[in-house]
Design a protein around this ligand. Structure first.
Ligand code: GUN
Length: 283
């Protein structure tokens, strides 16, 4: 392996320590930063994710409440509960775990969360703020990727970044964040004609597709920074990303592992957003 590893576990640990310190400072002023998480239904992955979010929060001194509702909760009842949390001054962040049951309109649900408490950064107002360079909550996964680039002192100005994947919560916001740092950005997706021709030009590649081996060694410029947002299982059932790690790490200059890369950073950035919501409301 020639690439240097960007260690998401180590970096997220530093970020969590910083959050813990700032949380303690707020508590000393009588403010308890608090996150309300809503889980509707029994999706097994969502149950694991929300449990992690609660544990991460409490470990850093944030208060986290997980409200669980049956899959047949009405949309009107969910919206009513979100509005109550919007109006509750003791709640700083609200997160509705996705996916929601099919009878609910996820867009409508997310739009009901107050943008001031949208610590997931999924609200249209949060996306719009990022688009126009105004303060707002950034989605945790691309935000964590930016922190990883920052951690290696990488100067994006004038660099070419290729983002593979165009989801509203990773690919698109990632591209805007890179653009804000003066990178030239290309967003690729399933209809991109010659992906390899583009990735070979890239100084930075962010793979966020959700499919194994989207990026292989022959597609990477020597020395490039490769960030792997994917979370997949290989044939042996082991966690793997979108990048062929073994091959690409022989060509890239920097690479994030899976597990231990973007995943822990996503979790850490939710804590940062929640703390910042509390700090903002305390001003
Ligand atoms: N489902 C999977 N990931 C996420 C996330 O980051 N936020 C929410 N709200 N739901 C999710």
């Amino acid at each position: 392996m020639t690439a240097q590893l960007i260690d998401g576990n180590a970096l997220s640990k530093k970020i969590r320590a910083d959050v813990a310190g700032r949380t303690a400072a707020l508590k000393a002023r009588g403010i308890q930063p608090a996150l309300s998480i809503i889980l509707v239904g029994e999706d097994p992955a969502s149950q694991v994710y929300t449990r992690h979010k609660v544990n991460d929060s409490t470990e850093t001194g944030l208060a986290a409440t997980l409200e669980r509702y049956p899959a047949d909760l009405s949309e009107a009842d969910l919206l009513r509960r979100i509005r109550e949390l919007n109006d509750d001054p003791a709640v700083h962040g609200i997160l509705v775990q996705l996916p929601l049951p099919r009878h609910m309109d996820s867009h409508k649900v997310i739009e009901t969360i107050s943008p001031a408490k949208d610590v997931d950064g999924f609200h249209v107002a949060s996306a719009g703020a990022l688009m126009v360079g105004q303060p707002g909550y950034w989605p945790c996964t691309p935000y964590g990727c930016m922190k990883m680039l920052e951690s290696i002192g990488y100067d994006l100005r004038g660099k070419h970044a290729v983002v593979i994947g165009r989801s509203n919560i990773v690919g698109k916001p990632m591209a805007l964040m890179l653009l804000q740092k003066n990178a030239t950005v290309t967003i690729c997706h399933s209809a991109t004609a010659d992906l390899k021709a583009l990735t070979l030009q890239a100084d930075v590649v962010v793979a966020a597709v959700g499919k194994r081996n989207v990026l292989t060694a022959d597609m990477v410029k020597p020395g490039a920074v490769v960030i792997d947002v994917g979370m997949n299982r290989n044939d042996e059932g082991k966690l793997c990303g979108d990048v062929d790690f073994a091959g690409v790490s022989e060509v890239a200059g920097w690479i994030t592992p899976v597990p231990g890369g973007v995943g822990p950073m996503t979790r850490a950035m939710l804590l940062v957003n929640t703390l910042e919501a509390a700090e903002t409301m305390a001003k």
